[in-house]
Write a protein that binds this ligand. Structure first.
Ligand code: ATP
Length: 354
C-alpha cells in the first residue's frame, strides 16, 4: 500500500474526516438542501446516490466550498469550514475535486495539468512524476490531453486532484463521460487505487450499481434530503421506505393482509421480517420468488428476458399486476405458459399500506 499522507494531517487531528450536520442550501428563495446529516470516516468511500435534481452536486460543491450554506455545519478533519456565518475558501479546505467533464486544460500537457494545483516547490517535478506513476500514466507526461483516450484523461483528472495530497477527494459523476465497457474498467481501477491509498472520498452518482460497488456507505438522497445512509447491504436488505427499495434495485410490491409475522398475498402466504397487523405492501425482490409451470397456477408468463448470468421472468398475476422473478440458469418456462408463482420462503420486509 502506498503512503498518501495528507498535507492536512498532523497533530492529533485525524485526516480525512467529513461531518455534515443539518446542512441547508438555498438558491434564491428555493431551498435545495433541507437539513442534511452524514459523516465520512477517514479512508472511507461514500456515494451520494439519488435521482436527477435531488441535490447531490450541490452537497458535494458545498463540501468543496464552491457553494455557501445557509444553515448547519460542515466540518473537515474536526474543523468547522462552513456555517451560515463562516465560509472557508475552497483552496484552504484541503479537498481535491474531480469534475464530471474532468475540466482538463486543453492547452497544457499532462504534466502541466497535474502540476497546476501544486505550489512552487523544489520537488514539484518529483511530486508530479510520483502521482503520474500512481495512476499508471508513466511516460505520458508530455502528451496533450486531446491525444489521450477517455480513460487516460480521467486518470489525469484524478492525478491532478490527488497531487496536492488532499485530505478528502470529491468526485462528481466521475465515470459518466466513459463508454459502458471502459467505465467498468476505469471504475475498478479507480476503486483499487482509492482503497489502496486509503483516501477519504465522496462521489456523486445516479447509478445504483456504481454506488453499491464503490461505496463503503451510500447516502440515498431524494428532494434535498437523505432518505437513508448505510452500507449497500443495509440499504438493499433493509430499505427505510418503499421509495428507497424501488430506487436501489428491482422491487415487486404485493398488497397483503398481515397477521403478525406473515401476510396473506395474491401469491399465498409470505413470511415477514417484522410483525405487522392489517393491510401492508410486501416487498418481494425478484430473487426471492420461484416460478414453476402448472395448469392450476396463479399467473401467466408475459416475457422472459435473458441476461446471460440469469433470466428475468415477468408474470401477469390472475389477481392483477405484473411481478418480475429472477431465475439463475435455465428458467424452465416460456412466454404464454401458465405458472405458479410463490415466495421462496425468505422473510420479507413490509410497509404499512398508505
Ligand atoms: P443531477 O444528477 O441532474 O446532476 P443533482 O442531484 O446533482 O442532479 P443539483 O445539481 O445539486 O442536483 O441540483 C439540485 C437542485 O438545485 C435542482 O433543482 C437544480 O435545478 C437547482 N440548482 C442547482 N444549481 C443551481 C443554481 N446555481 N441556481 C439555481 N438553482 C440551482
Amino acid at each position: 500500500m502506498h503512503s498518501w499522507q495528507s498535507k492536512g494531517s498532523g497533530g492529533d487531528v485525524p485526516s480525512g474526516r467529513v461531518e455534515i450536520s443539518d446542512v441547508r442550501v438555498a438558491f434564491g428563495d428555493t431551498d435545495v438542501l433541507h437539513g442534511v446529516n452524514f459523516d465520512v470516516a477517514p479512508g472511507e468511500i461514500v456515494a451520494l446516490l439519488g435521482p436527477s435534481g435531488c441535490g447531490k452536486t450541490t452537497l458535494l460543491r458545498s463540501i468543496a466550498g464552491l457553494e455557501r450554506i445557509v444553515g448547519g455545519t460542515i466540518s473537515l478533519n474536526g474543523k468547522e469550514v462552513a456555517t451560515n456565518r463562516q465560509h472557508v475558501r475552497p483552496e484552504a479546505r484541503l479537498v481535491g475535486m474531480v469534475f464530471q467533464d474532468w475540466a482538463l486544460f486543453p492547452h497544457m500537457t499532462v504534466e502541466e495539468n497535474v502540476a497546476y494545483g501544486l505550489s512552487r516547490s523544489a520537488n514539484k517535478d518529483e511530486q508530479v512524476a510520483e502521482v503520474l506513476t500512481l495512476v499508471g500514466l508513466d511516460g505520458l507526461g508530455h502528451r496533450m490531453p486531446s491525444t489521450l483516450s477517455g480513460g487516460q484523461q480521467q486518470r489525469v483528472a484524478l492525478a491532478r486532484a490527488l497531487a496536492p495530497k488532499p485530505s478528502v477527494l470529491l468526485l462528481d459523476e466521475p465515470f459518466s463521460n466513459l463508454d459502458t465497457g471502459l467505465r467498468v474498467q476505469v471504475r475498478a481501477e479507480v476503486h483499487a487505487l482509492l482503497s489502496g491509498l486509503g483516501v477519504t472520498a465522496v462521489f456523486v452518482t445516479h447509478d445504483q450499481e456504481e454506488a453499491f460497488i464503490l461505496g463503503d456507505r451510500v447516502a440515498v438522497m431524494r428532494d434535498g434530503s437523505i432518505e437513508q445512509f448505510g452500507t449497500p447491504s443495509e440499504i438493499y436488505e433493509h430499505p427505510s421506505s418503499a421509495w428507497v427499495a424501488e430506487f436501489v434495485g428491482d422491487a415487486n410490491f404485493l398488497r397483503g393482509d398481515a397477521t403478525g409475522m406473515s401476510a396473506m398475498t395474491p401469491i399465498g402466504e409470505v413470511s415477514l421480517s417484522e410483525s405487522h397487523v392489517g393491510e401492508v405492501d410486501v416487498l418481494l425482490r425478484p430473487e426471492h420468488m420461484t416460478v414453476v409451470e402448472t395448469e392450476s397456477g396463479n399467473g401467466v408468463v408475459s416475457n422472459v428476458e435473458y441476461y446471460g448470468h440469469d433470466h428475468m421472468v415477468q408474470v401477469d398475476l390472475d389477481a392483477g399486476g405484473r411481478l418480475a422473478v429472477r431465475i439463475s440458469g435455465n428458467p424452465g418456462v416460456h412466454r404464454g405458459q401458465r405458472v405458479s408463482l410463490t415466495s421462496d420462503g425468505t422473510s420479507c420486509l413490509a410497509f404499512s399500506a398508505g
